[in-house]
Structure formats: structure tokens, C-alpha cells
Design a protein around this ligand. Sequence first.
Ligand SMILES: [Zn+2]
Length: 445
Amino acid sequence: MNLKCKHPLRICLCLLLALNFSTLAFANQIQQARFNQAGDTSRLVLEFESEPTFTYFTLSGPNRLVLDLSGVGKRYSFDNLQLSSKAVTKVRHSTPKTKQDTRLVIEMSKQLTPTIFTLPASPDASYRLVIELVDPTYIADTTPVNTAGPDRDKDIIIVVDAGHGGVDPGSIGPAGTYEKRITLSIAKMLETKINNEPGMRAIMTRDGDYYISPNARPRIAVQANADLLISIHADAFTTPQPRGGSVWVLSKGRADSELGRLLEQTERSSELLGPAAEVIEDRDTERYFAETILNMSMDLFRASSYELSNKMINEMKGVTKMHKKVPQSASLAVLTAPETPSILVEVGFISNPQEEKNLNWKEHRERLADAMFRSITAFFKKTPPDGTLWAQWKQNAPQQHRVASGESLSLLAQRYGVTVSKLKSENNLSSDMVKIGQLLTIPSS
Ligand SMILES: [Zn+2]
């Protein structure tokens, strides 16, 4: 209890309270209130001195959410609270059940679905109560920019997602490194590499230090009709030992491994304003995701994600120790864009002092971004999406053939529909002899 008295008379009152009404004393109070609106979600965050205890109920006609905070006696003025939403119209006080409590009323223009949870204090934030109000009738007003078919974007669109951001620092290393800063730095490096590559374009889910909900991230990929979403994170564990990177794809059901469940859980609880990784069972994700996860096309995208993950693990192995040698799967909200291959890369353990040091080294981050870039280009070189420049180039590019036992130039010329002389000139061959294992360029006929 923190009762500060300046006046002698108030000392007595404080003592009285402390002695007789300690459980009733105004032990807690609202320190700050913030509001933000992202997509379908209106979010009110209240900061407290200590962990708040609350109950709530909703009323209709007019729509209201009534929130009772016990042991919060002091009124907080919401006059300066900016309500940047049409769905939430007012936040005000109402008569509490007892004098030691606070009753808040959130007025809403329509029926919103509430989710209310507390978040523990962290080095740079106090206890928070997060009130999320989701509009079930919300329709995103952005239309896809990159529709499939003949009109699709000729560039391969890659959504680069820097994990966390803003009030959500992600994990914090023993030396105080914020995951959100590491992820943004690597994401920007990757963005530059992608944008320098002809026929490829990067879209960032965030390009600064601000908060985006985990569910809003795959939506950005869907709206951009992206060919890939890559989400960048750094791992953390309760002990300093674990180290190494890992690559994650969406699992169909529950996480395949213990670590997967842990990741789902820690990403979930480590978040400040909505987890970076909400499990699919979540109402919000589920509505968005619907049955897509179970259908055939999803399997296809899961397969692509898995293939890319394998490539990425191979590339990352050259840069950092890998915690897991095969792609891991978990039900992470950020990976739920239907029809967009999505992967999540953990670039190392920020909770490991050596890896934290590495991640703070620009050169190391550059190498990680390089490894990601190389695996992405290798993946799309092999399977460029239909309608892209890369697909065109692949079609026109000369094919390669490695000579197998029993194959001759004339046989290969016949198989590829080219003349023997064209094969010879393309490969600078002076005779008709070819060796087993020799790599030949097959000209377009
Ligand atoms: Zn993270």
C-alpha cells in the first residue's frame, strides 16, 4: 500500500485507513488511458499502479460495456482521450457499486464483441487492462490491389512482417535489446534486397515503431494478394542457454512439438496489446480464417511454405546455429493468410547473451537478411507464380540438362525438339561426345 501524507491531520486518516480499512483502501488507480482503432478492433488500454481486478457486462439499447474495477477509488478524467473510432463513442464514469470501486461505461454505436485481459508490468510499462471491442460486421474497405489472373501484378509481392512494434516490444534480451527493433532492422534490410531485385516487390506490415495486431498482419498480405508473407521474430526462453534460429509454418491443428506449443503460448502472453501469435481457435482469427485451413488449396500453400522453410533453414545454417533443423509448425495468427504461403523466422534467441550480442551487430543482421533473400529467390526461381515476370523469364530461359547414362546428343536433341548442331553450338561442343554428369544448356527451339 502506498499512502503518502503531507499533512499531519492526514497522517491520522491514513493510519486509520491502513489499520482498519486496509482491504478497502484505494490501493489502485488508473494512471493513463489510450485508445486505438485498427481494422475491426477498437482497443482501450488502461494503465494501473498495480494489477487491476475487474468484472464486466454488456447492455443493449443503447449498446454499452460496463466495467467494474474493484479497489480503484479515484476518478480518472477521460476528457483528453481521443476516440478515433465510429464504433466507440464515449468512455465515462458511472455510479460504482461501492465507494472503493470504479464503474466505467463504454458507449458503442453498435454491438461489439468484448475481450478483456490484463497484462503484467514490464520494464517500460505498468500493469495494463486491455479492452478489445471487435466489430463482427466489419468489412475491410481496401480492395485487393493484385488480383489473380491476367491482371495480377507482374512483380512477385512479398509481405515482410517485422514482429511486434510500438507498445509491444516483443522479448527483451538480458542486455535490454528489444525484439521489435531487431525485427524491424532485419525486415528493412530484406525489403531493400527484394526491391532491388527486378520483378520482385516488398510490402512492409510496419516500417516504423508502432503496433499492429497479429490478425491485421495476414490481412495486409491478403489485401496485397501477396505471393509470400515472411514474419521475422527473435526467440526467447526463461533460461539463457537455448540458442539458434528456427523457421515456422502454420500447423493444421495443434502444434506438432512441445516447442511449438510453447511458442504459441509465449507469443500469446508476451504480447502487450494482443498476442503476436494468437491460436487459430481464437474467435477473431476463426471468423477470418473460416474453413480455409481445411481445404485443399490451403494444403498447397502449406506445402509451399514448408518447401521454402527448408530452403531458408539451409541458407540460415551458414549464418547462425539453427535451433531446429526442420521446419516447425504452430498455430500462429500471423501465418493464417489463406492462399498466401506464410513463414515465420526466428532469427535466434534474444534471451541468449551471445545471440543478443550477435543480433545487435549490423553485419550479422545483414547476413540473416541475405540468407532469407537467397532462399526466397531460389524458391521463386523454381516455382514462380503464374502471371509474373519471373514466370515469363523461366518460360523463355534455356533449360538445363545433366547427361545421364545411355544418353547421347542426338537422343537429347530429339527429346527437347532441337537440332544436334544447335545443341552443340549452344554448349560450345566440338564433337558429338558427351560425358555422364555433364551439364548441357538446352536452347529454346
Ligand atoms: Zn516475437
